[in-house]
Design a protein around this ligand. Structure first.
Ligand SMILES: Nc1ncnc2c1ncn2[C@@H]1O[C@H](COP(=O)(O)OP(=O)(O)OP(=O)(O)O)[C@@H](O)[C@H]1O
Ligand SMILES: [Mg+2]
Length: 199
């Protein structure tokens, strides 16, 4: 699987999602986590969590489609964490991946800010095939905002993963730790795999 984790808005859960998905994929095969964010949060995470089961490289560059393939020799899975705001890096990351995951908290403000990210992914899709899924994060289950966000996205015809990531203190505090296989990201990977097979 070659995933990019993107949202031009800051603080939506990209890095937590990228590291947890990379750790999950590393249980299935050799996995490379690419930190394309100049802030370097995923890289710092890996420095703290010395026994993270995947390799991690920092590549905050604009030409990932060119630079990534040589690094993927002998690698089964790759996950790219991306910065907020930097359209050029994000565009390259999406173009270098098969699937773009867009983590998004369930709020009206996040819904309102989603369009530029989807437009950018569409620009890439016009040139190279890429699948896109919104992943709801920090979800307070059974709240109105969670319900409304899912409903609005479905009405807009935006591909949305069935699995979602709840608001959890252990996820908030997971920076610098090695994610286990008992969290909600395991179900997300299962769903991505099932959708890949069905495609
Ligand atoms: N499921 C969750 N439950 C609780 N807190 C979470 C969850 N997911 C992420 N967080 C917290 O939300 C904040 C933003 O997450 P994260 O750093 O992954 O976002 P980001 O999109 O990578 O941010 P940036 O755009 O700055 O790179 C962090 O403090 C993180 O610990
Ligand atoms: Mg981040």
């Amino acid at each position: 699987m070659r995933l990019s984790v993107v949202n031009l808005k800051g603080g939506t859960g990209k890095t937590v999602t990228a590291v947890h998905l990379a750790a999950g994929l590393a249980r299935q095969g050799r996995t490379l986590l690419v930190d394309a964010d100049p802030q370097g949060s995923a890289l710092s995470w890996s420095e703290e969590a010395a026994d993270l089961p995947c390799s991690v490289v920092s590549l905050p560059v604009r030409d990932l489609p060119k630079r990534l393939p040589p690094l993927l020799q002998g690698i089964d899975h790759a996950v790219i964490d991306t910065p907020p705001g930097d359209r050029v890096i994000v565009r390259g990351a999406v173009a270098a991946s098969e699937t773009a995951i867009v983590p998004m908290p369930t709020s009206i403000m996040d819904l309102d800010r989603l369009r530029p990210t989807l437009d950018l992914i569409e620009e890439v899709e016009a040139l190279t095939p890429v699948r896109v899924f919104v992943l709801l994060t920090r979800v307070r289950t059974a709240t109105k905002s969670a319900h409304v966000t899912r409903e609005v996205l479905e009405e807009l015809g935006i591909a949305l993963l069935d699995n979602q990531i709840p608001l959890r203190e252990n996820l908030n505090a997971s920076f610098g730790t090695v994610p286990g296989d008992d969290g909600p990201y395991t179900a997300v990977l299962d769903e991505l795999r099932a959708r890949e097979v069905a495609a």
